[in-house]
Design a protein around this ligand. Structure first.
Ligand SMILES: [Zn+2]
Length: 112
């Protein structure tokens, strides 16, 4: 059995979702779609049931909602919603709300 260091891509997950007992969706970047997982999870690596893509869960304590990440190819900053977060999806936010969240996160996250 492969170890937890053997994975295809990371996913950032709200710790609150992992501590709960309801299912939540993990995004598979290979399928560009989510698949549900139900805690407690036996491993930090979950496997997409459609394509076998291995996703390693990076746990963010609590439920801060969103995170700023850097695109490894372009270096561009982008906003993402944590898997399992209770916060509304990005598609439900106005450009003004997104700008405010970005500003708050820049103040909170240390620079990469
Ligand atoms: Zn997949």
């Amino acid at each position: 059995m492969a170890g937890e260091d053997d994975y295809d891509s990371p996913a950032w997950v709200a710790g609150d979702a992992l501590a709960g007992d309801g299912p939540f969706d993990i995004f598979c970047s290979q399928c560009s779609a989510g698949f549900p997982v139900t805690p407690p999870l036996p491993s930090a690596v979950v496997v997409c049931p459609r394509c076998g893509w291995r996703v390693r869960l990076e746990i963010v304590p609590g439920d801060p909602g969103y995170m700023l990440l850097l695109n490894p190819l372009s270096g561009a900053e982008y906003l993402t919603r944590l898997a399992g977060s209770k916060s509304p999806p990005l598609s439900a936010l106005s450009p003004e709300e997104m700008a405010q969240i970005r500003a708050e996160l820049r103040g909170r996250q240390s620079p990469p």
